[in-house]
Design a binder for this molecule. Structure first.
Ligand SMILES: [Zn+2]
Length: 495
């Protein structure tokens, strides 16, 4: 309940909240049950992008969204093919003079294992105690769904949107957006916009409303160490040959030092260190290290020496083993020198690190420290650039105002530790300003068992979007009207 505290009976917040268009509120009030039923229906589709057996489900989710977009009032709705899972595109472009926003969310979800850790079936979602529980409830189907519902409320009450909206919902975010780059390149024109709104982030610890202003990038690698072509008898051969599992453990132990610093030469070369002011601002964020430690259930936090845990989660690069295997894994004993051993190792990167350059340094270092008796291969499985956004952009300012108006408090500006590969694509390929406006509670268990979204965040999130669209539309309202009138006159003259 701690996360909800600030929302309850807070007279000051209520006073700061200004009211939303009463017609919209009445509509949202009237349609609440149907909205939640639709949310759950969407969550029931097991759109796990990484598992080939779920490919038909991913497609079914895309079609489900497309049908909703059409029903709501969007045009040009398309389930667009890519080399992988489809992209859902739609638009509504009848607000001349008003800004055009491109809305990005993703409809694919993470696998569910360990399935036994779920209290109920991950694709049999339910709402209880103010929580929507199920795989994708927060990441990112809940956020996608609230965008659908915000648009529906506006279309249903007014027959139009206050601004131009393009929709791009992806089905491969959880597998590093592998097919999206060529699709963006081929669809440049129809993605033209004043900014892209990415709703795939969340609030700060304590469920405090926030705008995400930076994301870490990512480098994902695999190390394969091989010795003999077959497992060897550890009695007959042990001691005489290099053991690939020992060798891999040795390599991994030399990637970081006791202070938590990555020891790869050149790893930190391009890192932009936060300024003293930035570090001060981070230290002012309402973050309780001990509560955080208790929440994640570890004995102690182990930040890099010289940095706080919060800094390490956002402004510092990392190196982590994500998986490690090789040799005998069964019950009991089997005395072998394994033929091979493997590790998945990833690095979260911060501005201005270049993932490909970091990979080269990583690979060279691993090969340099590998013992001579084994063959070591290091592969780059995927990268994403770190990004930073411009908070002075008018659409970012409007997003902050909408959050402030809906939640009745000043939103925080936070750097998120995670990565959204598509964020860097929008910047580098389309040159679009980014606004990362997401609404999930920070304890949402994304990617983990018992994922949930607070219904309050969902409901207020969709109202925030209504406010934002209205605000952006209103600022250009007079100009839009003039242009619409001129447009009609022009058409008449030509006809
Ligand atoms: Zn996501």
């Amino acid at each position: 309940m701690g996360t909800m505290r600030w929302m309850e009976n807070d007279a000051e917040n209520d006073a700061a909240r200004n009211s939303i268009d009463p017609e919209i509120e009445a509509y949202l009030d009237r349609t609440r049950e149907a909205r939640h039923a639709s949310y759950l229906e969407f969550l029931r589709i097991p759109s796990i992008s990484s598992l080939p057996e779920h490919a038909p489900d991913v497609r079914r989710a895309a079609r489900w969204i497309a049908a909703e977009l059409t029903r709501i009032g969007f045009e040009g709705v398309e389930v667009a093919e890519t080399a992988g899972h489809p992209v859902v595109y739609a638009d509504w472009l009848h607000a001349p003079g008003a800004p055009t926003v491109l809305v990005y969310c993703h409809y694919d979800v993470q696998p569910v294992d360990p399935i036994e850790a779920w209290e109920t079936a991950p694709f049999d979602p339910f709402i209880r105690d103010g929580r929507v529980v199920g795989r994708g409830a927060a990441d990112d189907k809940g956020q996608l769904h609230l965008h659908l519902q915000a648009a529906e409320a506006l279309f249903a009450t007014r027959g139009r949107l206050p601004l131009n909206v393009r929709i791009l919902f992806e089905g491969e975010e959880e597998i590093t957006s592998i097919s999206l780059a060529p699709w963006l390149e081929a669809n440049r024109e129809r993605l033209a916009a004043d900014a892209v709104i990415i709703s795939d982030t969340g609030f700060f610890e304590g469920n405090l409303p926030a705008l995400t202003v930076a994301l870490r990038g990512n480098l994902y690698t695999q190390i394969d160490v091989t010795g003999s072509p077959v497992d060897l008898h550890s009695g007959g051969f042990g001691g005489g040959v290099e053991n690939p599992a020992n060798a891999l453990a040795g390599i991994i132990s030399q990637l970081k030092d006791r202070d938590g610093r990555v020891t790869i030469p050149g790893f930190y070369d391009e890192v932009i260190e936060p300024t003293r002011q930035e570090r001060f601002e981070i230290s002012c964020l309402p973050f309780d290290e001990d509560a955080f430690r208790a929440e994640i259930g570890v004995r102690a936090l182990s930040p890099e020496r010289g940095w706080t845990a919060l800094e390490c989660r956002a402004v510092r690069p990392t190196l982590d083993v994500n998986g490690l295997w090789g040799g005998f894994q069964g019950d009991g004993q089997k005395t072998i020198i394994p033929a091979s051993a493997h590790a998945k190792v990833s690095c979260r990167l911060v501005p201005n690190q270049a993932p490909d350059r970091v990979f080269e340094r990583f690979r060279d270092h691993v090969l340099r420290i590998a013992p001579p008796g084994v063959t070591v291969e290091v592969r780059n499985l995927g990268t994403a650039l770190p990004v930073r956004t411009d908070t002075t952009h008018p659409i970012a300012q409007a997003a902050l105002a909408a959050l402030r108006a809906e939640f009745g408090r000043e939103p925080l500006l936070i750097r998120a530790g995670g990565t959204i590969g598509v964020a860097s694509m929008f910047v580098s390929q389309l040159g679009l300003p980014l606004v990362m406006l997401g609404f999930t509670n920070p304890d949402d268990n994304a990617h983990a068992p018992n994922e949930f979204m607070l219904l309050e965040n969902y409901e207020r999130g969709l109202r925030t979007i209504c406010r934002l669209w209205d605000d952006l539309g209103a600022k250009s309202g007079d100009r839009a009207h003039d242009m619409a009138t001129a447009g009609e006159a022009g058409t008449a003259a030509r006809g």
